[in-house]
Ligand binder design. Structure first.
Ligand code: MG
Length: 316
């Protein structure tokens, strides 16, 4: 299989953590509901490919997201992996379920904008932050690590432009409630590099440095890797991505949503940045998953490498 020729650039980290969201953010936005055994195999393969942070599922009420209604069965089937990777938790009930399942790391999901808070969480931004504060404090008191997501950081489908200050306020609130890491989400994929640098600068001015931050870019408008490179130049070392580009973008009506993990890993390998990820094993996993979902992967790297991979790659 072809690999990128390595050529380094000054001012970039030596090592990046790829935070894999395909099994949660990806599958929750796919119309096909997969059998729990398929999800277990998917996650086991992702971990075996060298990914060190794999978000497993979400403890949202099953009626909200039928694709992830099997969270308990999934974690039971994953055995000890359940205690080593994060799950999303929307409220106290979700935290109860996570604690019962032996989860040690959770993620909570806040909105930078009032419109998305109302539509996604059915509450004002301030009300939802108050709920998350209680969840985060109890999780931290139980010895869990907590990650915060902020969605709509660079644009909102109802409000348009989003003010830097209002994003930074939410990030500050998440850090104050105990989030060890906050992931900045470009939920509709509209960000361009100047916006990324401006937000990271504003957060640094408020005392929140890149070591506390992750970036979560969508490739809807083809900007995800340009934005990633700028974030790395600013010192960010954790980047979210979805294997095979799973998930699409429900708010932009586009098949291209989450940055594909393979596209990210190709980019980082070319820059000589260590990720620990076996790109070939990951591509094989995404080709297999595309077979399970009955449609090709939107990842350019998966498509480009598919023909050169030896042996059977899609069994479905
Ligand atoms: Mg996403």
């Amino acid at each position: 299989m072809r690999t990128p020729q390595v050529a380094t650039l000054e001012g970039l980290p030596n090592r990046v953590t790829v935070y894999e969201v395909g099994a949660r953010d990806g599958l929750q936005n796919e119309s096909t509901v997969l059998d729990v055994a398929v999800k277990i195999e998917f996650i086991e393969r992702l971990v075996a490919s060298g990914l060190r942070a794999v978000e497993l599922t979400s403890f949202v009420p099953p009626s909200w997201i039928p694709q992830l209604a099997d969270a308990e069965a999934l974690l039971k089937g994953l055995g000890e992996l359940a205690g080593r990777h994060p799950v999303l938790v929307p409220n106290q009930r979700g935290l109860d379920r996570a604690l019962e399942a032996g989860v040690r790391e959770i993620a909570i999901f806040a909105s930078a904008t009032e419109s998305f808070a109302q539509r996604n969480l059915n509450r004002s931004r301030a009300e939802s932050l108050a709920i998350f504060a209680d969840v985060a404090q109890r999780a931290v008191a139980s010895g869990m690590a907590v990650r915060g997501y902020v969605s709509m950081c660079f644009g909102d489908p109802w409000e348009g432009d989003v003010a830097l200050g209002s994003v930074a306020d939410v990030v500050e609130a998440l850090v104050a409630m105990g989030c060890g890491e906050v992931s900045l989400g470009d939920t509709i994929g509209v960000a361009t590099p100047g916006q990324v640098v401006a937000l990271l600068d504003e957060l640094a001015r408020r005392g929140i440095g890149p070591e506390r931050l992750a970036v979560h870019f969508h490739d809807t408008y083809g900007q995800a890797l340009a934005n990633t490179l700028c974030a790395l130049q600013q010192g960010v070392t954790t980047v979210d991505a979805s294997a095979g580009g799973l998930g699409g973008c429900p708010y932009a009506g586009s098949a291209t949503g989450n940055l594909a993990t393979e596209d990210l890993v190709w980019h980082l390998q070319g820059l000589g940045i260590e990720t620990g990820v076996d790109l070939e094993a990951l591509c094989r996993t995404s080709l297999w998953m595309a077979g399970q979902l009955g449609r090709p992967s939107p990842s350019r790297t998966v498509s480009a490498l598919a023909a050169s991979l030896e042996g059977p790659v899609a069994e479905a």
